[in-house]
Ligand binder design. Structure first.
Ligand code: NDP
Length: 375
């Protein structure tokens, strides 16, 4: 009997050890946008066998606007990612920008095959990461244990309750769209109220109808331009008398025949009924003029983003807006040793696919060097 008990104890200890060996990782990446996939490509190529937690495809995440594959998966054609010129431009650029001796070395160009959309680009990044050795888990990380100093094992709890141990972590969870916070806005979500023109703009309810975009930044102008393809008219409603958007974007909005900017106004109520959805907006003047009722069938909110850092509160230094703080300029370190960050979750300024990808590469290199320093 004693022999049997000892045997059982030995076996369970062995299983525990094996489990620990299976679960202990060199690197875990949280996120599924350009920063996460680039970090996975770099760390995969460095033989670190990264695990990527993409987030879960759940109704809860959909409601919070944080579905996997990030914001890039909600955009249209990408025009500013190097190496992917817009459709129709590739042939011209190849012919004019590359010397004939180098052109000779390239395969024949098929114009119809080029130009890339946001969803295509991020899917390619994912496929490339997997090809480089990344292991993908489609689940959320809901809690982290970052206690201990340099070299300490970091523990991550997934949505399914499993605890993963790792030597390094890259937080690349991105950011999500902000809302105005009106009750009527919530009431009419998916019935005329949206924060994603690319996802919803082509719906029949908006076709050849008048709609509104709220905001004055690059996102608002981009959304207004996109929506003008379908709508008969797009009102861009901004709370000040000057757009925050870049000059080039501003010019696009001002010159577009279907876009009209309503300055110094903010929506205070979304009008409509349960059956047909949005029928109009009440717009308050920020200068004290009387309210305006605008008969539109849609409201697209484009007023900035909030970083997806809720699960890091109290575990890592984040600023008042939720952005992960990087204490060392031009590095991807966070306030916790062995935990690095990349992309929009730590970037309130640039927020571009290319800058996210760049910091993803940097974070993987930083993590690799940290691992080497431990050995
Ligand atoms: P921004 O923070 O740049 O702009 C948000 C806009 O929403 C501002 O005009 C702001 O007004 C307005 N706003 C904020 N809160 C409210 C509110 N409660 N009610 C009404 N209006 C409100 O966010 P974006 O998402 O537009 O852009 C973020 C970053 O991403 C920028 O750096 C931008 O350049 C970049 N970007 C670049 C693109 C491109 O190059 N193609 C496309 C999209 C984004 P106010 O101006 O008064 O503060």
């Amino acid at each position: 009997m004693v022999k049997f008990t000892l045997y059982i104890l030995y076996i369970s200890k062995l299983i525990q050890q094996i489990n620990k060996q299976i679960k202990m990782q060199k690197i875990i990446i949280i996120g599924s946008g350009p920063s996460a996939w680039t970090a996975a490509i770099y760390s995969g190529r460095a033989q670190l066998n990264p695990i990527v937690f993409t987030g879960a495809m759940s109704a809860e995440n959909q409601a919070k606007n944080i579905l996997p594959m990030g914001q890039l998966s909600m955009t249209t054609e990408i025009e500013n990612f190097p190496g992917f010129p817009p459709t129709g431009e590739v042939g011209r650029l190849l012919a004019t920008a590359i010397t004939p001796d180098r052109i000779m070395m390239l395969p024949p160009h098929d114009e119809g095959q080029h130009g890339i959309s946001g969803p295509e680009l991020v899917e390619l990044m994912r496929a490339q990461a997997v090809a480089c050795g990344a292991n993908v888990i489609e689940d959320d990380i809901v809690d982290v244990d970052f206690t201990g100093t340099a070299g300490a094992v970091r523990k991550l709890t997934s949505g399914s309750g499993k605890v993963y141990e790792t030597q390094t972590v890259i937080v690349a969870t991105g950011a999500r769209a902000n809302w105005l916070g009106l009750d009527s806005e919530t009431k009419f979500k998916n019935r005329g109220v949206s924060a994603c023109a690319v996802c919803d703009g082509a719906l029949p309810r908006f076709r050849n109808k008048e709609i509104a975009v709220i905001g004055g930044g690059d996102s608002a102008v981009e959304e207004a331009n996109y929506l003008a393809k379908f709508a008969s008219k797009v009102y861009l409603i901004h709370r000040r008398d000057k757009l925050r958007a870049s000059r080039a974007m501003e010019k696009r909005a001002l010159e577009h025949p279907k876009i009209e900017i309503l300055w110094n106004r903010v929506p205070t109520e979304v009008l409509g009924d349960d059956k047909t959805g949005v029928a109009g907006l009440i717009l308050k003047s920020t200068l004290g003029y009387p309210d305006l009722e605008l008969p539109v069938v849609g409201m697209f909110v484009a007023i900035g983003h909030t970083p997806n850092s809720h699960f890091l509160k109290g575990k890592l230094n984040i600023d008042e807006k939720g952005f992960v703080i990087k204490p060392i300029p031009f590095r991807t370190n966070t306030s916790v040793e062995g935990v690095f960050t990349a992309g929009d979750v730590a970037d309130s300024h640039y927020r571009q696919a290319i800058t996210a990808a760049a910091t993803g590469a940097m974070s993987a290199i930083d993590a690799e060097r940290y691992l080497a320093s431990l050995e």
